[in-house]
Design a protein. Structure first.
Length: 240
């Protein structure tokens, strides 16, 4: 008896029925679907991580009493970093269990998945999707603390020299601003280093490094736009 006949006979005795072809096709489609969804979700997570990095003024670290590590931790979106890792892991499982997934090593799968998430996430960040996603989470998820909320906390410590808010009035040597707690401040800007990207106009949001003083409320040493690098570029274009 041939080996194939022996195998068929054994399957009959053990009541084993071969699975139809659609079963394997469906399984392959399912795992590729899991891979694609995980890469896209990982891309969304990566875009928010980029957004949080964009909000950090690295050129001002030398002027701040916070260490670089404290500043990074203060704005780090741990929820999104963990999500990115989880989705990359799920994507790896998806492609590994696909029809030809056995041909790829784990390192290649991770590199491929991460590259796709980084590429798509960067594009999503550039078109402003990360900020929109952050706002949605902040509004709809009560326990979620957005990057914007963390940033406000860091720049609302006037006793430590950090103040932020919206410009109410502009004068030659001072500004009037309303901070994020709705308190009005008079800002002495006579000796301030004002970034080129800052628009000294009503309703513009700014960040200030300086000192609280009795006669003028706050004396500014440095004034920066509230937004990150893309916000700075927007302001520069408006100035032209």
């Amino acid at each position: 008896m041939k080996n194939s006949d022996q195998l068929i006979e054994k399957m009959k005795l053990q009541n084993i029925k071969p699975k139809p072809g659609w079963h394997f096709t469906s399984k392959t489609i399912l795992f590729w679907f899991i891979f694609i969804c995980s890469v896209l979700l990982g891309a969304l997570a990566f875009s928010v991580v980029l957004f949080s990095i964009q909000q950090i003024d690295f050129d001002l670290l030398e002027h701040m009493s916070h260490s670089s590590f404290e500043l990074l931790i203060g704005l780090t979106p741990l929820f999104w970093i963990i999500s990115l890792i989880v989705f990359l892991f799920i994507a790896m499982i998806g492609i590994k269990n696909s029809k030809k997934g056995y041909k790829f090593s784990y390192s290649k799968i991770i590199a491929f998945s991460a590259s796709l998430s980084i590429l798509v996430g960067t594009l999503f960040f550039i078109v402003g999707g990360a900020k929109w996603l952050e706002n949605k989470f902040s509004v709809n998820v009560g326990v979620y603390e957005s990057v914007e909320d963390k940033k406000i906390k860091m720049w609302m410590k006037p006793e430590e020299g950090y103040l932020s808010g919206s410009i109410v009035q502009v004068h030659e040597e001072y500004l009037e601003i309303k901070d994020f707690n709705d308190k009005t401040w008079t800002i002495d800007i006579s000796h301030a280093n004002i970034a080129n990207a800052v628009l000294l106009e009503e309703h513009e949001k700014i960040k200030i490094i300086g000192n609280v003083v009795p006669d003028s409320n706050f004396r500014a040493d440095y004034i920066k736009p509230w937004g990150g690098q893309f916000g700075k570029r927007r302001n520069q274009l408006k100035n032209q």
